[in-house]
Design a binder for this molecule. Sequence first.
Ligand code: DON
Length: 313
Amino acid sequence: MTDLGAIVRDIAAEMAEATERGTVADYIAPLKAIDLARFGIALVTADGACHAAGAADEPFSIQSISKVFTLTLALGRVGDQLWQRVGREPSGTAFNSIVQLETEHGIPRNPFINAGAIVVSDMILAGHRPSEAIGEIVRFVRGLAGDEAIYVDESVARAEQASGYRNAALANYMAAFGNVRRPVEETLGVYVHHCAIAMSCRQLALAGRYLMAGGINPETGRRIVSQRRARRINALMLTCGHYDGSGEFAFRVGLPGKSGVGGGILAIAPGRAAIAVWSPGLNERGNSQLGTLALERLVQRTGWSVFEPAEDA
Ligand code: DON
């Protein structure tokens, strides 16, 4: 039988030795200060067992990983109408790119690039004050993880709001097409706050369980989304979750995954496990260098790639 505890401990030990660690994101001031030596991994299996190693309990800025949770929340709110305002195709461009928005009339390619996630924030904000929308997102994530300690790091939100010229450009541009409908600064406020949620690998893996378990939180038995919606969110994570690095991530890891510039990745092995890794050094596409390598090794040792024949097939 596969000893998952030993596998995650071995991977953490190997990552501690790694020399090519990437570079930390420097455009959000507080992220610059994070120690490149950090590495954490946690996975929760379908039977509820949790295996963790390294800095698995240290909170980090989840950044774009939050877009999985806001997409889930917005789909629950507006249903499939969401797809009239956001596409479902990989962009092949950087996470903060503006180029496609002009030819595609202000409809972002997918909900995981910044433009798409800003539209999703705008949908969650509809009919609410920004503080209510942010509160709803944080409560949702706490409920998924079963952990009330999850919080928004205000210093990260403030830093991003102060320097987020590109996101402001994207939001204003989409407002010109009628695809950002609330006041732009309010929509951006919701967006930067959900990006500034701080979570540990353990909390993140727990929060991702519903995507591993066909839409149900396996601990509470509560249905979060339909099975079909869980499958579709996983499909979007596989095709769009790493921006212009999504093909490379599918090639190396072969799991639905969502990265963030804080250096975290949430990956889903459907029916098997929800996995979170964190290492703050990023590759040239803005995705965690060692996080990707760690997941690549995990999949090699467990056979969990979605492209691998199931052992019991
Ligand atoms: O909007 C931004 O640029 C950040 N709040 C999030 C970007 C991000 O995490 C991209 N992921 N790799």
